[in-house]
Design a protein around this ligand. Structure first.
Ligand code: HEC
Ligand code: HEC
Length: 443
């Protein structure tokens, strides 16, 4: 017999499937630890707007925040301090010689980051995809959706700790934050501006920027360079660490983490060999080797290898195992992604993606370059089975034979990497002015 809730669930899923919006299907709630949920419900400033918990309760109240509510939770932070003295567990920030960081540049960069007018139709700022209260990524969709609903093939990474990136983007195709910004400004599936000049002219036409550029660049107005320098300066302040793990490992505070986290750390650095790529140094940890590897995930998609059924979450606690071919028949086909090969055209580079940092990973679901994994357990299980074998699989990925309990331990370890200053940076973002055509149209 089919319960009403299940019937409703099936109805909902039919509708969703018919819409063919696979990348929009609910991402399972990643904030599983009860402390995270409590933190959210006690009105904390971060977490998905709607945490998809408690739909079944008559007292259900959404956590979604309108702009006014966000603003009321805003509180400016001393951003520069996070770049000058990064929180425990991070090394010094390497600021390029030709772009010294100053308060004026950071404030200008922050203004640009939240300015929706800087897209072709005035709707998209950087923050629409890198949402402050969602780990500066987007917890609700697998692959980013840009102007006019155009979607790309990749998941938006968090920009926390992007100051430390050597290789930028999932395929490592950029190397400086200053230059990186022009990709989203111009990408058709992101902010879709037709040209660099188009963006610069928009900024010139917005009077409020005159003084900000004057103060930050001493008379140099908006140019391809100064815009990149300002945004990079803001990003270099978004450094998040001093997590329970950092306080234990680098702060010698024995009780900062649970025994389970310590066991998870032992698996991570021991039999799991995770730290062969997600590096932990003596004095700090970036959790990345800044290299690209083939874990088999990209291969799996390219070859159309898929499980017989796919589990979809419809609402809290309500799952349906659907035949994958049914989902496939009504959804947009997955876009092939060859990773590093697309940059080098070297066949040996097929399906290589950059090792992401794991800091704050509990806040940044869904996971992997295509956002195909909904929670951390799924990721650890993927490694446990040895990724997806293919002739180019990294020799560092092999079946691990971890027990269920060990998998839980690794997940607990990953959850201990959420930094202590997240709330401060989110509150600062809420205090940032938002550029909106309804208040000041540059055209
Ligand atoms: C439409 C959604 C969208 C918008 C708008 C957007 N981004 Fe992104 N961002 C992404 C996606 C997707 C990626 C990964 C792309 C890839 O790897 O090819 C990304 C990657 C990045 C990265 C690299 C992170 C890493 O780990 O390599 C940075 C930094 C970044 N974006 C900053 C910005 C800035 C600054 C803006 C505004 C000028 C912006 N983004 C606008 C979706 C977006
Ligand atoms: C061969 C190097 C390598 C090893 C070993 C490795 N990883 Fe990864 N890890 C990667 C790469 C590369 C990615 C990105 C893959 C992608 O985007 O498709 C990644 C992604 C992840 C992610 C998703 C992060 C995100 O933001 O999307 C998690 C979590 C993770 N790894 C945890 C682990 C754990 C736990 C282990 C050990 C069981 C491990 N990794 C072992 C290279 C490695």
């Amino acid at each position: 017999m089919m319960s009403a809730i299940k019937r409703n669930a099936l109805l909902i899923i039919n509708t969703l499937l018919l819409l063919g919006v696979m990348s929009l299907i609910f991402v399972a709630n990643n904030l599983q630890s009860s402390t995270d949920i409590e933190a959210q419900q006690s009105n904390a400033v971060f977490g998905p707007g709607d945490n998809k918990q408690g739909y079944d309760s008559v007292d259900y109240k959404t956590n979604s925040m309108d702009l006014q509510k966000r603003k009321s939770k805003g509180k400016e932070a001393d951003l520069l301090e996070f770049a000058v003295t990064p929180p425990l567990g991070l090394p010094a920030v390497l600021v390029p010689k030709d772009n010294p960081i100053t308060v004026e540049k950071v404030l200008l960069g922050r203004r640009l980051f939240f300015d929706r007018r800087l897209s072709i139709n005035g709707t998209f700022s950087c923050a629409i995809c890198h949402i402050p209260e969602q780990g500066f990524t987007n917890n609700e969709i697998q692959t980013a959706v840009g102007v006019e609903g155009r979607t790309g093939k990749r998941n938006a990474p968090s920009i926390y700790n992007s100051a430390y990136l050597g290789k930028i983007f999932h395929d490592g195709r950029e190397t400086t934050l200053e230059r990186q910004v022009w990709s989203p400004f111009l990408a058709r599936s992101e902010m879709a501006n037709p040209s660099i000049g188009y963006v610069i002219n928009k900024i010139i036409a917005i009077n409020e920027y005159d003084e900000l550029f004057e103060a930050a660049f001493n008379g140099r107005g908006p140019t391809m360079e100064t815009v990149g320098m300002a945004l990079a300066s803001y990003e270099r302040t978004l450094n998040v660490a001093n997590s329970p793990f950092d306080r234990w490992k680098f702060g010698q505070q024995e009780d900062a983490v649970t025994e389970q986290v310590k066991r998870g750390f032992n698996v991570f650095t021991g039999v799991g060999a995770c730290s062969a790529c997600h590096l932990i140094e003596e004095e700090y940890a970036l959790f990345s080797d800044d290299k690209l590897h083939n874990t088999g995930l990209g291969y799996q998609v390219s070859m159309g290898i898929e499980p017989k059924t796919t589990r979809v979450q419809l609402a809290p606690g309500v799952f349906a195992d659907l035949d994958t071919s049914v989902i496939r028949a009504v959804s947009r086909p997955k876009i092939n992604d060859l990773g590093l090969y697309e940059i080098t055209e070297n066949p040996n580079d097929r399906w290589k993606f950059r090792t992401p940092s794991l800091r704050n990973v509990a806040l940044t679901a869904p996971y992997m370059h295509d956002g195909s994994m909904q929670n951390l357990r799924e990721v650890v299980e993927f490694y446990n089975q040895g990724g997806v074998p293919n002739e180019l699989l990294s020799p560092l990925i092999k079946p691990l034979a971890l027990s269920d309990a060990e998998i839980d331990d690794v997940v607990a370890f990953l959850e201990s990497l959420t930094g202590g200053n997240v709330a401060v940076l989110v509150a600062d973002a809420f205090a940032a002015p938002i550029g909106d055509i309804s208040t000041d149209d540059p055209n």
